[in-house]
Design a protein around this ligand. Sequence first.
Ligand SMILES: [Zn+2]
Length: 283
Amino acid sequence: MMPETISDTQWAKRPVRIEEDIIRSVFDPWLSWQSYSPFDFYGRDREESLYMRFTALESNDDIRNFIINFGFLGLQGSSLRKIMIEDEVVVEESLDEIRFEISRMRILLDLQQALTEKDLLKAKQALLSLRSVCKGRRLILISGVIDPDNPHWHDKNIDPENEWEIVRLDGYHAIVQELSHELQDVHQMLMYDFSTERYIGQWSLPTLLAAMYMMLSLDLQGGKILRKCQNPTCSKYFEVYAHDTRKIYHDPSCASLQAQRNYRQKAKKKKEEASQTSSEDED
Ligand SMILES: [Zn+2]
């Protein structure tokens, strides 16, 4: 599924630090920008793709480490590539902007999962959160009949089958719109390689964010199915394979953690019930 030459795409990284709510590159004459290909972290069997690592980021330290390892997202646009040639220039991105990108990508994955699993409520919820997260930036269209904020909303008049059809249309439309927006500056340039005497297409991905959306787009085209880990304190997504459709946790540690929680909750409930019956006995 991956176009051969896309792995030539280069991005750069260097040490960064957090100051207030800003991530800044650290100037160090001994550590200049280091090039790597984001696509080295894509498409390997059963390994997390870069965008999956991105959506799992939680703390400021997680975000900082991600930027140290993979570079800035490129939120200031294509000028970043030019800046990265010059060592003294300080690059910065705000934690708020990065967090916005994390939550938007997460919601898109949640929406895709809900559409795949034909989960009406979850899909509707994801659409509404996408709209509220993107508010003031871009418009996410939601049909009036499924939009509780619409003054003409009549939830009860619509039968579930019709409702699902509308959510499905709006949902896929939103995914396509958001990904297309991120991919609008991605293009391929045609080159002629005189040494091998053949044409080669060279991909140009303006930012790391665009590279990650390209990976997601390729995965969607390839029919890859992702699922969110069911451990509520874990934000990882994992790939669902045909033979493990029942898998709901991203790894065994999350499964056992949740099993322990469930056990403790059951034990607590039992104890509460027991104390309730004993106090009833006293009465
Ligand atoms: Zn997990």
